[in-house]
Design a binder for this molecule. Structure first.
Ligand SMILES: [Zn+2]
Length: 282
């Protein structure tokens, strides 16, 4: 059954859609050149990478459905067209929301588990990946070799990192919240240990001077990624130790805010991070 029917009728669905649109009414989608043919687009939701060149337009992630038109306008402004290829780093709605629109003409590519999870969510047929892969996949586009590498059991069970090898740019999806505590979706097959291990895989493999597009937050370097990984590792150890001692969540959150004052100001607060760590331990 579709979510629309569950909500009890077309009128209510239309009202819900209007409210959702309203939430995004002030969002402006902007772009910034990164390297070679690769640009980064910012709006609301996950950051987008776009490759624009003689083969056309390819994008990595597509934010929320009400933003599809503004994403297309931003692509057009930098010489792009309707995307031929759309890569999803994982299934979350703030990264796949415009799939149904872009998938009408473009080919969506994602990990096997992304398709399975989107099918389970009953999203429109045009929003489903047409091409899926398990461990890795190569895409040849705009003169670049784009390597999709599955990162197992990290943010979810279906994440991929997208490495534009020629341009030296890596889109990390939600394996990188630049400067903030991460959301680790334990209920969807993610784990903090896997998340840290996957970040190490990327740090070890990509060139030191690679430009890193995080799932959320500003454009980054490999050094920024390593710094974020350190905070995750240390705060995770601190929280585990205090939970084992029986310290209250409130006191642990205060300790985190004292040690990492800015890290709980994004999508995930210090208290939220403690909840994620606890769910990871259960
Ligand atoms: Zn996510």
């Amino acid at each position: 059954m579709s979510r629309r029917l569950l909500l009890g009728g077309v009128l209510l669905a239309a009202t819900t859609a209007a409210l959702a649109d309203d939430r995004f009414k002030d969002v402006v989608v902007t772009s910034t050149p990164v390297s070679g043919a690769v640009h980064m687009l910012l709006g609301a939701g996950g950051n987008i990478a776009a490759s624009i060149g003689e083969d056309g337009t390819l994008i990595v992630d597509d934010q929320f459905a009400p933003l599809a038109g503004r994403i297309q306008d931003a692509l057009n402004d930098i010489g792009g067209a309707a995307p031929r290829i759309i890569i999803n780093t994982h299934f979350h709605g703030d990264h796949t929301g415009s799939n149904a629109e872009f998938g009408r003409n473009g080919t969506i590519i994602a990990h096997d588990n992304v398709r399975a999870r989107l099918v389970a969510e009953d999203i429109p047929r045009t929003g489903l990946p047409l091409v899926t892969f398990d461990d890795r996949l190569s895409v040849h586009f705009n003169g670049d070799l784009i390597e999709l590498l599955h990162l197992p059991e990290g943010h979810t069970d279906g994440d991929a990192v997208v490495w534009f090898k020629g341009a030296g740019v890596v889109h990390l999806g939600d394996h990188f919240f630049n400067g903030f505590y991460p959301f680790v979706d334990v209920a969807s097959g993610g784990s903090i240990e896997g998340y840290l291990r996957n970040q190490s895989t990327v740090i070890d493999r990509v060139p030191e001077d690679a430009k890193i597009i995080p799932g959320h937050g500003p454009l980054a370097s490999v050094e920024d990624l390593a710094r974020t990984q350190n905070v995750i590792r240390h705060s995770y150890a601190l929280v585990r130790e205090q939970l084992e001692k029986g310290t209250s969540k409130q006191d642990i959150a205060a300790a985190l805010d004292a040690e990492y004052p800015t890290w709980g100001t994004g999508f995930i607060s210090a208290a939220g991070w403690i909840d994620i760590i606890q769910s990871n331990l259960d």
